[in-house]
Write a protein that binds this ligand. Structure first.
Ligand SMILES: Cc1cc2nc3c(=O)[nH]c(=O)nc-3n(C[C@H](O)[C@H](O)[C@H](O)COP(=O)(O)OP(=O)(O)OC[C@H]3O[C@@H](n4cnc5c(N)ncnc54)[C@H](O)[C@@H]3O)c2cc1C
Length: 390
């Protein structure tokens, strides 16, 4: 199996993690990405200890210390009074209890880190401007067909092409993504124009109110605030990560929030305010055909209320790479990978949804520590993708 040719569709966080894991293990890989370049896109991401352990396994722990921020305190807070309803110890506490930090990091920085490492182990293996449009599954090879007329044959395919995965459609049929009932705005705000009162001991906070959540955290050595502002709504929003929106719309939607939140929103660069409609899919019991499988959002798009989207994609990538390394057939890879990942991903999907309902449905005055059953309380941080038995 060491000589098999593997194609990865999608150079997002999940696809790049799988690529790095396999390249480090000496596999021949090719990554195909639809975007014209691997550029600086996105905003902040949370990498929880379960995923950090995967990055440590890949030798990227030191680099994460440099690009990520490990805030000491995270809190669920009242939207008007700013009172911390549920304080959550992070920082060193994570390292001591789970063996790795929780980081908050710009998506582009972790993406760059993965690209750089991949380039060291498998130079030139990423082809941009290649949008997959079809898959021809033969008994002994898989043919990939791209929108630029290019074709490529290989032995095994990993579909890491996000929520609207073309690989998923090709192998499992088109179960259309469903609108989750939330839209979100995100912004990255330079902190140099903000007041002292716009900062406090809580480096990462989710301010909750009926129907809305405003989550903000500092990234890039506190030079920027990243925020995501969620609104529960029946109105559909176009899906995509880079749909421009207006700062005034966010400000209006959160007009009854505390002044700190409003100051942060007001400081959003006008060209840097984006919205996205959050789409999910029903969890499924099978992610693969004979020689093709899925990971990350292509396999299990999540509602982002436990900050596990990137972390679960990192877990998938590391675990799949380990399984490919010591399997002796494609059916063994598929069987072991699905056994290792599907149940966990269903659990996280279900609880991410519940977390959103708790945050946006509750009267914040009635929200208690007991209501809070999120990523740490559910035990997600104990998982170690580099060492879990698979
Ligand atoms: C541009 C962008 C910005 C994002 N910004 C944020 C953010 O600010 N905060 C946050 O929490 N999450 C963000 N996310 C989502 C987050 O990265 C993912 O939810 C999570 O990391 C899971 O990653 P993934 O690799 O499974 O999917 P994704 O990160 O969605 O990556 C999928 C990749 O596949 C490519 N692709 C899709 N279809 C095809 C095709 N047919 N052929 C070839 N390539 C294809 C996409 O261009 C993309 O690069 C963003 C995702 C994208 C794509």
């Amino acid at each position: 199996m060491k000589d098999i040719q593997i194609a990865i569709i999608g150079a997002g966080i999940g696809g790049m993690t799988a690529a790095v894991t396999l390249a480090q293990k000496g596999f021949k890989i090719n990554v195909f990405e639809q975007a014209p370049e691997l550029s600086e896109v996105g905003a902040g991401l949370t990498v929880t200890p379960n995923a950090t352990k995967g990055l440590i396994y890949l030798g990227l722990g030191e680099a994460m210390n440099k690009i990520g921020m490990a805030h000491d305190l995270q809190g669920v807070r009242h939207y008007q009074t700013k009172e911390i309803i549920v304080p959550l110890k992070r920082g060193k506490h994570m390292l001591e209890k789970y063996g790795a930090y929780q980081f908050q990091v710009h998506r582009a920085d972790i993406h760059d880190l993965l690209i750089e490492n991949l380039e060291q182990h498998s130079p030139g293996c990423v082809s941009v401007d290649h949008q997959l449009v079809g898959i021809d599954q033969k008994s002994d090879r898989v043919k990939l067909i791209f929108n630029n007329q290019a074709e490529y044959e290989c032995d095994f395919v990993i579909g890491a092409d996000g929520t609207r995965s073309a690989v998923r459609t090709a192998i499992l049929g088109n179960d259309e993504p469903e609108f989750s009932g939330y839209v979100a705005w995100r912004g990255v705000v330079p902190t140099d124009g903000l007041d002292e009162s716009d900062f406090d001991e809580c480096g990462s906070s989710a301010f909750i109110s009926p129907g809305r959540v405003f989550a903000r955290y500092l990234i890039r050595d506190a030079k920027e605030y990243n925020y995501v502002a969620f609104l529960a709504t029946d109105e559909w929003a176009e899906e995509g990560w880079s749909i421009p929106s207006k700062v005034e719309t966010v400000l209006e939607t959160f007009s009854d929030y505390n002044q700190q939140v409003k100051n942060i929103i007001s400081a959003t660069p006008p060209e840097g305010c984006y919205k996205w409609g959050i789409f999910t899919r029903q969890p499924i019991a099978k992610w693969s055909s004979e020689r093709v499988t899925l990971l990350g959002d292509a396999a299990h798009p999540l509602e982002p209320f436990m900050g596990q989207g990137a972390s679960m994609a990192i877990e998938d990538g590391v675990v799949l790479g380990r399984i490919v390394e010591d399997s002796s057939s494609f059916s063994e890879i598929i069987e072991r990978y699905e056994a290792a990942r599907i149940e966990r991903s269903h659990f996280v999907t279900e609880h991410s949804k519940k977390a959103g309902q708790r945050f946006t449905g509750n009267n914040p005055d009635a929200y208690t520590k007991e209501d809070h059953k999120n990523e740490e309380e559910l035990g997600l941080f104990y998982y170690d993708p580099g060492n879990v038995i698979v």
